[in-house]
Design a protein around this ligand. Structure first.
Ligand SMILES: [Zn+2]
Length: 85
């Protein structure tokens, strides 16, 4: 089962937990602030390997992956269209 949402869901679609974490990709700069955020379970680290189809969120309790529903690649990167040359 693949879960897709346009926006971050308030509850986990699988276990109804309200602890949905943002998945942060890449190598973050470790700091006390990041440490605190990771402890709360609001953010988890997705690692450095980014594919074209990575989940955006993950349930902190049952670890189900939640994908962001996108209509096109442009919708995924809205900033792209806003930048003027
Ligand atoms: Zn869950």
């Amino acid at each position: 089962m693949r879960y897709e949402f346009l926006r971050k869901p308030r509850k986990c679609p699988a276990c109804a937990s309200i602890r949905i974490a943002d998945i942060m990709y890449g190598y973050p700069i470790f700091s006390e602030e990041l440490d605190e955020v990771l402890k709360t379970g609001k953010v988890i680290l997705g690692g450095c390997c980014i594919s074209r189809d990575d989940p955006k969120w993950e349930c902190f309790d049952c670890h189900v992956s939640i994908y962001k529903k996108t209509k096109s690649k442009l919708a995924e990167f809205p900033d792209f269209t806003l930048k003027s040359p």
